[in-house]
Design a binder for this molecule. Structure first.
Ligand SMILES: Cc1cc2nc3c(=O)[nH]c(=O)nc-3n(C[C@H](O)[C@H](O)[C@H](O)COP(=O)(O)OP(=O)(O)OC[C@H]3O[C@@H](n4cnc5c(N)ncnc54)[C@H](O)[C@@H]3O)c2cc1C
Length: 340
């Protein structure tokens, strides 16, 4: 959050409006070690409010952001629709302008903090048709949760996570709630995701770290066949591989965070980090469940919770497949440049 709105010191970031990706990563890594819910609560404040930082008027930011910093305003980021997931250019929630105001109609789904949020940063279609790529046909809006016509339908996912549909029925808002220029919505949404995506890798590393800690503790404490499980070579090999893969994920995350904070685009670095850390975390949490035997699937045991909590990270903020598409494009471009 910019310092003038109550945020942290600028440090060595390129501009004051930027979020320190390294700080974000350090915090998410630690929070996720303790609790997936804490991690979600923390990151959603940033993800939901960063569109204001990027596109909100000074007046709107001044009124809202200091309360986001203090946790008095809970934020949500609403871009996904039933028909628009990996491809945001399919978005079809409509915003129509009349008499200097906007009328929004449509529905968003899989919105974290639905029902808890004080406001939603909503990506809406202001021109064109779904499938047009959305480059200049989408616009971002600030929509207070109390606005007439906004309805929330909560649902559950496999791990505790406040989430649901947000339905907008003739929601009427002032033009001052528009974030950025008309048509700049995709840029703001992607700008926000670019800043926060690396921190998903960091959260994954936090889950991995906890799972490894739990495995070590259990394998040392539990005796079978007359000795601790940690004495068996097969299980020791597992610990070594968990450690090596976690360290590789941490280094990739660090590389991406540092590059972003230096002001680089870091497209490949971010994709590599998100892909590797989240896939690795799923694998590490699965091994940790296996090491715990029956206890690994017993409700209330930490590794059972980690196994469920880690799964969504391979899906949200760009699925693993989307990261592979990004990375493959970069690999091919680099190869072509080399052969030119
Ligand atoms: C727990 C959770 C929290 C979320 N929070 C939010 C939130 O706060 N705000 C928000 O706006 N959204 C949120 N989302 C939505 C999330 O961002 C989307 O689920 C995600 O972008 C994927 O979209 P989708 O579910 O429509 O899957 P789809 O895009 O339909 O993809 C389905 C499958 O097809 C694959 N696929 C798609 N396109 C390609 C392709 N070109 N090549 C190869 N494979 C492809 C995908 O990788 C995936 O495996 C959340 C989701 C979850 C699970």
């Amino acid at each position: 959050m910019p310092q003038r709105h109550g945020g942290a010191a600028k440090g060595d970031l390129v501009t004051e409006s930027e979020v320190s990706v390294r700080a974000l990563c350090a915090l998410r890594d630690e929070l996720a070690w303790h609790s997936g819910m804490l991690d979600v609560m923390f990151v959603m404040q940033g993800l939901g409010s960063y569109p204001l930082v990027l596109g909100g008027s000074e007046e709107l930011c001044g009124a809202i952001l200091p309360d986001v910093v203090r946790g008095k305003q809970v934020a949500a980021f609403a871009v996904t629709e039933a028909g628009a997931g990996s491809s945001l250019g399919e978005a079809n929630l409509r915003a129509e302008q009349s008499d200097g105001r906007w009328r929004l109609n449509g529905a968003k789904t899989f919105i974290s903090n639905a029902g808890l949020a004080g406001f939603y940063s909503v990506l809406a279609r202001t021109s064109g048709e779904p499938g047009d790529g959305g480059r200049d046909s989408l616009t971002m809006f600030f929509v207070p949760a109390t606005t007439k016509g906004l309805e929330v339908r909560r649902f559950e996912v496999m791990a505790p996570h406040p989430i649901g549909e947000v339905i907008l029925n003739d929601v009427d808002i002032a033009d001052t709630y528009r974030l950025g220029e008309v048509g700049s919505g995709l840029k703001i949404a992607l700008g926000t995701l670019n800043r926060f995506r690396t921190s998903v890798a960091a959260a994954a590393n936090g889950f991995s770290r906890r799972a490894l800690d739990e495995s070590v503790k259990h394998l040392e404490d539990r005796n079978q066949f007359g000795k601790p499980l940690s004495a068996f070579q097969g299980l020791r090999f597992d610990l070594a591989e968990m450690d090596a893969r976690l360290r590789a994920s941490q280094l990739l995350t660090e590389e991406a965070a540092n590059a972003l904070d230096r002001g680089e685009e870091a497209v490949a670095e971010v994709a590599r980090a998100k892909l590797t850390a989240t896939e690795t975390a799923s694998w590490i949490c699965d091994r940790a469940v296996q090491h715990h035997g029956g206890l690994g699937v017993k409700r209330g045991v930490i590794v059972e919770r980690l196994f469920r909590e880690v799964r969504a990270l391979r899906i949200y903020e760009g699925t693993s497949e989307v990261q592979k598409l990004i990375l493959a494009k970069d690999v091919l471009e680099r190869a072509r440049k080399r052969s030119d």
